[in-house]
Design a protein around this ligand. Structure first.
Ligand code: IPD
Ligand code: CA
Ligand code: CA
Length: 256
Protein backbone atom coordinates (compact mmCIF):
# COMPACT_ATOMS: atom_id res chain seq x y z
CA UNK A 1 0.00 0.00 0.00
CA UNK A 2 2.69 2.49 0.97
CA UNK A 3 4.97 1.31 -1.83
CA UNK A 4 2.34 2.46 -4.34
CA UNK A 5 2.29 5.85 -2.71
CA UNK A 6 6.08 5.97 -2.72
CA UNK A 7 6.17 5.16 -6.42
CA UNK A 8 3.56 7.86 -7.06
CA UNK A 9 5.54 10.47 -5.09
CA UNK A 10 8.88 9.61 -6.72
CA UNK A 11 7.48 9.80 -10.26
CA UNK A 12 5.75 13.08 -9.45
CA UNK A 13 8.86 14.66 -7.88
CA UNK A 14 10.93 13.63 -10.91
CA UNK A 15 8.38 15.04 -13.36
CA UNK A 16 8.35 18.35 -11.50
CA UNK A 17 12.16 18.28 -11.35
CA UNK A 18 12.25 18.04 -15.14
CA UNK A 19 9.98 21.10 -15.38
CA UNK A 20 12.23 23.01 -12.97
CA UNK A 21 15.36 22.27 -14.98
CA UNK A 22 13.85 24.14 -17.94
CA UNK A 23 13.65 27.29 -15.80
CA UNK A 24 16.73 26.87 -13.59
CA UNK A 25 18.53 30.22 -13.35
CA UNK A 26 15.79 31.77 -15.45
CA UNK A 27 12.77 31.67 -13.14
CA UNK A 28 9.48 33.27 -14.10
CA UNK A 29 8.27 36.41 -12.33
CA UNK A 30 10.59 36.47 -9.28
CA UNK A 31 9.38 38.68 -6.43
CA UNK A 32 9.74 39.28 -2.70
CA UNK A 33 7.51 37.25 -0.44
CA UNK A 34 7.57 37.91 3.32
CA UNK A 35 10.69 40.14 3.18
CA UNK A 36 13.57 41.13 0.87
CA UNK A 37 15.37 37.97 2.04
CA UNK A 38 12.52 35.70 0.98
CA UNK A 39 11.60 35.28 -2.68
CA UNK A 40 9.11 33.32 -4.73
CA UNK A 41 8.59 32.82 -8.46
CA UNK A 42 5.84 31.59 -10.74
CA UNK A 43 7.88 28.37 -11.04
CA UNK A 44 7.23 27.68 -7.33
CA UNK A 45 3.51 28.15 -7.95
CA UNK A 46 3.46 26.10 -11.16
CA UNK A 47 5.50 23.26 -9.60
CA UNK A 48 3.16 23.18 -6.61
CA UNK A 49 0.13 23.11 -8.89
CA UNK A 50 1.58 20.13 -10.77
CA UNK A 51 1.99 18.23 -7.49
CA UNK A 52 -1.29 19.25 -5.87
CA UNK A 53 -3.41 18.42 -8.92
CA UNK A 54 -2.00 14.87 -9.07
CA UNK A 55 -2.56 14.29 -5.34
CA UNK A 56 -6.13 15.58 -5.72
CA UNK A 57 -6.66 13.27 -8.67
CA UNK A 58 -5.39 10.05 -7.03
CA UNK A 59 -6.12 10.78 -3.34
CA UNK A 60 -9.12 13.12 -3.44
CA UNK A 61 -10.06 12.68 0.22
CA UNK A 62 -6.64 13.44 1.68
CA UNK A 63 -5.39 16.80 2.96
CA UNK A 64 -2.52 18.82 1.53
CA UNK A 65 -0.14 21.17 3.30
CA UNK A 66 1.96 22.96 0.70
CA UNK A 67 4.15 26.03 1.01
CA UNK A 68 2.50 28.26 -1.56
CA UNK A 69 -0.85 28.95 0.11
CA UNK A 70 -2.37 25.54 0.65
CA UNK A 71 -2.57 25.04 4.38
CA UNK A 72 -4.86 22.11 5.19
CA UNK A 73 -4.66 19.75 8.14
CA UNK A 74 -5.85 16.16 8.33
CA UNK A 75 -5.16 12.69 9.65
CA UNK A 76 -3.94 11.72 6.19
CA UNK A 77 -1.77 14.61 5.10
CA UNK A 78 0.53 15.22 2.11
CA UNK A 79 3.24 17.79 2.80
CA UNK A 80 4.78 19.51 -0.20
CA UNK A 81 7.63 21.92 -0.87
CA UNK A 82 7.63 22.47 -4.65
CA UNK A 83 11.10 24.05 -4.59
CA UNK A 84 13.20 23.85 -1.44
CA UNK A 85 16.04 26.25 -2.13
CA UNK A 86 14.23 28.83 -4.26
CA UNK A 87 17.11 31.28 -3.76
CA UNK A 88 19.55 28.79 -5.35
CA UNK A 89 17.07 27.93 -8.11
CA UNK A 90 16.57 31.59 -9.04
CA UNK A 91 20.31 32.35 -8.99
CA UNK A 92 21.22 29.34 -11.12
CA UNK A 93 22.94 27.58 -8.21
CA UNK A 94 22.68 23.82 -8.13
CA UNK A 95 21.29 22.92 -4.68
CA UNK A 96 17.50 22.85 -4.74
CA UNK A 97 15.00 20.02 -4.51
CA UNK A 98 11.37 18.97 -4.71
CA UNK A 99 10.10 17.62 -1.37
CA UNK A 100 7.02 15.41 -0.97
CA UNK A 101 5.98 13.57 2.19
CA UNK A 102 2.93 11.64 3.27
CA UNK A 103 1.92 11.43 6.94
CA UNK A 104 -0.79 9.82 9.03
CA UNK A 105 -1.67 11.25 12.45
CA UNK A 106 1.45 13.44 12.31
CA UNK A 107 3.77 10.54 11.62
CA UNK A 108 5.72 10.73 8.33
CA UNK A 109 5.38 7.41 6.50
CA UNK A 110 6.81 8.34 3.10
CA UNK A 111 9.50 10.88 2.28
CA UNK A 112 10.83 11.86 -1.14
CA UNK A 113 13.48 14.48 -1.97
CA UNK A 114 14.43 14.92 -5.61
CA UNK A 115 17.43 16.95 -6.78
CA UNK A 116 16.91 17.50 -10.52
CA UNK A 117 20.41 18.87 -11.18
CA UNK A 118 22.29 15.78 -9.97
CA UNK A 119 19.31 13.57 -10.78
CA UNK A 120 19.36 12.14 -7.27
CA UNK A 121 16.20 10.99 -5.52
CA UNK A 122 16.39 10.28 -1.79
CA UNK A 123 13.44 8.39 -0.33
CA UNK A 124 12.15 6.20 2.46
CA UNK A 125 9.06 4.33 3.59
CA UNK A 126 8.70 3.90 7.34
CA UNK A 127 10.49 0.79 8.56
CA UNK A 128 12.06 -0.02 5.18
CA UNK A 129 15.37 1.88 5.23
CA UNK A 130 16.45 4.88 3.17
CA UNK A 131 17.54 4.93 -0.47
CA UNK A 132 19.09 7.10 -3.17
CA UNK A 133 18.25 6.12 -6.74
CA UNK A 134 17.61 2.51 -5.69
CA UNK A 135 20.66 2.10 -3.46
CA UNK A 136 20.43 1.81 0.29
CA UNK A 137 22.06 4.72 2.11
CA UNK A 138 23.31 5.24 5.65
CA UNK A 139 24.73 8.03 7.77
CA UNK A 140 28.46 8.49 8.35
CA UNK A 141 30.22 6.57 11.11
CA UNK A 142 32.38 9.53 12.12
CA UNK A 143 32.38 10.08 15.89
CA UNK A 144 34.82 12.98 16.00
CA UNK A 145 33.87 16.61 15.59
CA UNK A 146 37.43 17.31 14.38
CA UNK A 147 36.81 15.13 11.33
CA UNK A 148 33.30 16.36 10.66
CA UNK A 149 31.70 18.48 7.99
CA UNK A 150 28.44 20.15 8.96
CA UNK A 151 25.79 22.31 7.41
CA UNK A 152 23.70 25.13 8.87
CA UNK A 153 20.65 26.92 7.49
CA UNK A 154 20.74 30.70 7.07
CA UNK A 155 18.92 32.30 9.97
CA UNK A 156 19.63 35.93 10.84
CA UNK A 157 20.89 36.32 14.42
CA UNK A 158 21.88 32.67 14.78
CA UNK A 159 23.98 31.41 11.88
CA UNK A 160 26.94 33.74 12.41
CA UNK A 161 27.10 33.02 16.15
CA UNK A 162 26.84 29.29 15.53
CA UNK A 163 29.59 29.20 12.92
CA UNK A 164 31.74 31.32 15.23
CA UNK A 165 31.24 28.89 18.07
CA UNK A 166 31.89 25.72 16.07
CA UNK A 167 34.42 26.78 13.39
CA UNK A 168 37.51 25.79 15.36
CA UNK A 169 36.14 22.38 16.28
CA UNK A 170 35.02 21.02 12.90
CA UNK A 171 36.83 20.34 9.66
CA UNK A 172 34.44 22.48 7.63
CA UNK A 173 31.01 24.13 7.71
CA UNK A 174 28.71 24.66 4.71
CA UNK A 175 25.54 26.67 4.10
CA UNK A 176 23.86 24.79 1.31
CA UNK A 177 20.53 26.61 0.99
CA UNK A 178 18.12 23.68 0.83
CA UNK A 179 17.04 22.09 4.09
CA UNK A 180 15.70 18.85 2.59
CA UNK A 181 18.85 18.38 0.55
CA UNK A 182 21.23 19.18 3.42
CA UNK A 183 19.46 16.64 5.63
CA UNK A 184 19.44 14.08 2.79
CA UNK A 185 23.20 14.58 2.65
CA UNK A 186 23.34 13.67 6.35
CA UNK A 187 21.32 10.55 5.49
CA UNK A 188 23.86 9.41 2.90
CA UNK A 189 26.96 10.38 4.91
CA UNK A 190 28.08 13.44 2.93
CA UNK A 191 27.47 15.69 5.94
CA UNK A 192 27.80 14.58 9.57
CA UNK A 193 25.17 17.02 10.85
CA UNK A 194 22.77 19.77 9.77
CA UNK A 195 21.25 22.49 11.95
CA UNK A 196 17.96 24.12 10.92
CA UNK A 197 17.33 26.93 13.40
CA UNK A 198 13.96 27.75 11.87
CA UNK A 199 12.02 25.42 9.60
CA UNK A 200 8.44 24.97 8.47
CA UNK A 201 6.93 21.48 8.21
CA UNK A 202 7.43 21.43 4.41
CA UNK A 203 11.15 22.29 4.82
CA UNK A 204 11.77 19.04 6.72
CA UNK A 205 8.85 16.59 6.38
CA UNK A 206 10.53 14.02 4.06
CA UNK A 207 13.82 14.07 5.97
CA UNK A 208 12.15 13.56 9.35
CA UNK A 209 11.75 10.03 7.99
CA UNK A 210 14.73 9.64 5.62
CA UNK A 211 17.42 10.51 8.21
CA UNK A 212 16.26 8.06 10.93
CA UNK A 213 15.67 5.38 8.28
CA UNK A 214 19.31 5.87 7.26
CA UNK A 215 20.40 5.22 10.86
CA UNK A 216 20.70 8.88 11.85
CA UNK A 217 19.15 11.01 14.53
CA UNK A 218 16.83 14.04 14.46
CA UNK A 219 15.66 16.06 17.45
CA UNK A 220 14.56 19.58 18.17
CA UNK A 221 17.28 21.90 19.52
CA UNK A 222 16.54 20.87 23.12
CA UNK A 223 17.27 17.26 22.22
CA UNK A 224 13.60 16.28 22.37
CA UNK A 225 11.90 14.04 19.84
CA UNK A 226 11.30 15.92 16.60
CA UNK A 227 7.84 16.37 15.13
CA UNK A 228 6.45 18.20 12.11
CA UNK A 229 5.79 21.22 14.29
CA UNK A 230 9.09 21.41 16.23
CA UNK A 231 10.19 24.43 14.17
CA UNK A 232 13.93 23.87 14.73
CA UNK A 233 15.99 20.73 14.19
CA UNK A 234 19.34 19.01 14.49
CA UNK A 235 19.91 16.14 12.04
CA UNK A 236 23.03 14.07 12.60
CA UNK A 237 24.70 10.70 12.28
CA UNK A 238 23.81 10.20 15.97
CA UNK A 239 27.42 10.02 17.13
CA UNK A 240 27.99 13.79 17.15
CA UNK A 241 24.47 14.73 18.22
CA UNK A 242 24.98 15.69 21.86
CA UNK A 243 28.21 17.59 21.20
CA UNK A 244 26.58 19.71 18.49
CA UNK A 245 23.47 20.26 20.64
CA UNK A 246 25.64 21.61 23.42
CA UNK A 247 27.23 24.17 21.08
CA UNK A 248 23.84 25.18 19.66
CA UNK A 249 22.46 25.79 23.11
CA UNK A 250 25.35 27.99 24.16
CA UNK A 251 24.73 30.07 21.05
CA UNK A 252 20.97 30.28 21.47
CA UNK A 253 21.56 32.27 24.65
CA UNK A 254 23.35 34.98 22.66
CA UNK A 255 20.92 35.23 19.74
CA UNK A 256 19.94 38.63 18.56
C1 IPD B 1 14.28 27.52 2.51
C2 IPD B 1 15.47 26.59 2.39
C3 IPD B 1 16.66 27.16 3.15
C4 IPD B 1 16.33 27.42 4.60
C5 IPD B 1 15.10 28.32 4.71
C6 IPD B 1 13.92 27.72 3.95
P1 IPD B 1 12.52 27.67 0.47
O1 IPD B 1 13.15 27.00 1.83
O2 IPD B 1 15.20 25.32 2.92
O3 IPD B 1 17.74 26.26 3.11
O4 IPD B 1 17.43 28.04 5.23
O5 IPD B 1 14.76 28.47 6.07
O6 IPD B 1 12.82 28.58 4.04
O7 IPD B 1 11.96 29.01 0.86
O8 IPD B 1 13.57 27.75 -0.54
O9 IPD B 1 11.44 26.69 0.16
CA1 CA C 1 9.79 26.36 -1.24
CA1 CA D 1 11.52 25.18 1.88
Amino acid sequence: MYLDRLDFAIKLARRVGFYLLQHWGNALNVREKSSFQDIVSDCDKQAQQMIVSEIERYFPHEAILAEEDRFETGQKLWIVDPIDGTMNFVHGLPSFAVGIAYSEFGDVLIGVVHDPVLNETFYAVKGEGAYRNGEKISVSTNATLRESIGNVGFYVGFTGHFVNAIEKRVRRMRMMGSAVLAASYVACGRFDFFVARRANPWDVAPVLLIVPEAGGCVTDLDGKQASLSSGAYLFSNGKLHSEVLEIINKVKGSER
